[in-house]
Design a protein around this ligand. Structure first.
Ligand SMILES: NC(=O)C1=CN([C@@H]2O[C@H](COP(=O)(O)OP(=O)(O)OC[C@H]3O[C@@H](n4cnc5c(N)ncnc54)[C@H](O)[C@@H]3O)[C@@H](O)[C@H]2O)C=CC1
Ligand SMILES: O=C([O-])CC(=O)C(=O)O
Length: 331
């Protein structure tokens, strides 16, 4: 039995993400939780003729507990999205508490599950979840992931519009975090290899870093990326399932993770990023989650400058998330 859970399943991301998970044959049970409308979304999806049995839960009557119990994988797109003029960090005020409460549920009812965090600001919400799980003595750094896949998807699309390569074949490692200057595309490591000129490098880098703003601006107050995020979230969830359920090896996806997991290479990355405890790098997945955190590889001079600019903002975001749980008096 493979149970997948979506927390925030009735939202702009939650609905299409739940649809894509319903189409994944590896999932036998799909539990949808939200504070509104999740039974309706579940009833709708339940008519699709794929194996997953779909159930919907609201907060009353142990809804969160029943949604989470026996979960293999939990995806979290719960929380408010940006409006024009807002930064992702502006969402902290509301989303930090939402994510903390959901993490408490995970600690109590499904402490062994893989947790995939979409809710912004990802740079802070992942540390919040980790700290709640630590507080309950159930944190496993190999199983908690900040979903940065949309940055990878955008990097493939935007670079191929310049290189004319097939966007489905293009892979660009995007490391760092998930907001503005903390998003570091490593265009020098693009595969298949392609050499961009400096002007192209700078404009592609900016576009990948601020791709989210393009959608926020175009939606003009009606939210941020939902459909592309749902595809990216389903892609990452599928990678986790392929590694942990089907036992496929050699799956590598960038993700924002805690660098403390024992024996998987996080320490080397930590040294390269001036001691940050969370960072997105290429992650090799295995049957127990993170198998290896790959080093950043050779960076160009320009990429080194991007890394330097990202580190202070990431440190602030991480500390804010950690202290939300460890030093509540500050908030
Ligand atoms: N990691 C990434 O790359 C991306 C992250 N995001 C983030 O994803 C989050 C969700 O975005 P949208 O789906 O567009 O927002 P939305 O407002 O359409 O949906 C959010 C859903 O969360 C639900 N919710 C609120 N509090 C909840 C709680 N305590 N428990 C369960 N559900 C709860 C709401 O009822 C709503 O259905 C935002 O924080 C957004 O910034 C968005 C795009 C990309
Ligand atoms: O821009 C936003 O607020 C949503 C997001 O994280 C993205 O689209 O990358």
């Amino acid at each position: 039995m493979v149970k997948a859970v979506v927390l925030g399943a009735a939202g702009g991301i939650g609905q299409p993400l739940s649809l894509l998970l319903k189409l994944n044959d590896a999932i036998t049970e799909l539990a949808l939780y939200d504070i509104v409308n999740s039974p309706g979304v579940a009833a709708d999806l339940s008519h699709i003729n794929t194996p997953a049995k779909v159930t919907g839960y609201l907060p009353p009557n142990d809804g969160l507990k029943n949604a989470l119990t026996n979960a293999h994988l939990i995806v979290i797109p719960a929380g408010v999205p940006r409006k024009p003029g807002m930064s992702r960090d502006d969402l902290f005020k509301i989303n930090a508490g939402i994510v903390r409460d959901l993490a408490t549920g995970i600690a109590n009812y499904s402490p062994d599950a893989y947790v995939l965090v979409i809710s912004n600001p990802v740079n802070s919400t992942v540390p919040i979840i980790a700290e709640v799980l630590k507080k309950h003595g159930v944190f496993n750094a190999k199983k908690v992931f900040g979903v940065t896949t949309l940055d990878i998807v955008r990097a493939s699309t935007f670079t191929s519009s310049v290189s004319r390569a097939d966007p489905r074949e293009v892979r660009v490692p995007v490391v760092g975090g998930h907001s503005g200057v903390t998003i570091i595309p490593l265009l020098s490591q693009i595969s298949p290899p392609h050499t961009f000129n400096q002007e192209e490098i700078e404009s592609l880098t900016k576009r990948i870093q601020f791709g989210g703003d393009e959608v926020v601006k175009a939606k003009d107050g009606a939210g941020s990326a939902t459909l592309s995020m749902a595809q990216a979230g389903a892609r990452f969830a599928t990678s986790i399932l392929n590694a942990t359920v089907k036992g496929e090896s050699g799956i590598v996806e960038p993700s924002y993770v805690c660098l403390d997991a024992d024996g998987v290479g996080g320490k080397q990355v930590r040294i390269a990023v001036n001691g940050l405890s969370y960072f997105s790098s290429n992650i090799e997945l295995g049957k127990n989650g993170i198998e290896k955190i790959h080093p950043l590889g050779d960076l160009s001079e320009y990429e080194n400058k991007l890394l330097e600019a990202a580190i202070p903002e990431l440190r602030t975001n991480i500390n804010k998330g950690v202290s939300f749980i460890t030093d509540e008096s500050k908030f």
